[in-house]
Design a binder for this molecule. Sequence first.
Ligand SMILES: C[S@@+](CC[C@H](N)C(=O)[O-])C[C@H]1O[C@@H](n2cnc3c(N)ncnc32)[C@H](O)[C@@H]1O
Length: 218
Amino acid sequence: MEKQEIRTFGRRHGKKLSSRKQSLLANILPAISPKNAKNTGDLILEIGFGNGEHVRELAIRNPASIIIGAEPFMNGVAALLSAITSESDNQIIPEYKNIQIWPDDVRKLLHDSDIKFSEIWVLHPDPWPKARHEKRRLLNSDFLNLLGEHLTQNGQIIIGTDHWEYFDWIAEQNKKTALYALFPPLSTIHTRYQEKNMAGTIEPKYMILTKSIPNPEI
Ligand SMILES: C[S@@+](CC[C@H](N)C(=O)[O-])C[C@H]1O[C@@H](n2cnc3c(N)ncnc32)[C@H](O)[C@@H]1O
């Protein structure tokens, strides 16, 4: 990271991992790091993937693209590794061969590279609802600007959250950037946090941010 940035996530480690998951972290994870790959072609990023359900969905929906998932919570990383490898030989299942994992704060990946993404997904970012924690919210104007620098000219940042107050806050933060915002009716697969619906709202709200004037038909 460029400077000491405030931490936007909770714990990095949860309950003890099974020996299979420990072995996947040691042996498979380094081979699918975006730092070890020459990435050309279409790239899609998902930030804070939790257990990775939506990363897997993106991999299947976009077989010709590379999907990079960023998540500092190692139990989530291990859960995704477990879901994309075969139990018999611990090798990556063919339909998930386009997945790469960045097991850390996404800002470290973005500050150190000039990678450009056609899509950047952020589903259910930590809302940090207490006023004294607001500074921990990831999707502030500085971060949205950073995402804009890593977006292709026609790329899209897709943000979804069931925390409507955080949603409005992000829309306000975006007004301090040069990105255009659209608020289309969208839906995605139900991630773990969507299932939890800790905000207790009827449904998530979505916004799409773009660098170019948006096409109203999106
Ligand atoms: C509320 S969870 C949502 C997880 C998942 N997207 C879902 O919908 O189930 C937010 C996730 O964002 C991750 N996160 C927070 N700050 C992050 C950062 N700077 N870089 C990458 N991931 C981050 C957290 O570790 C956490 O797993």
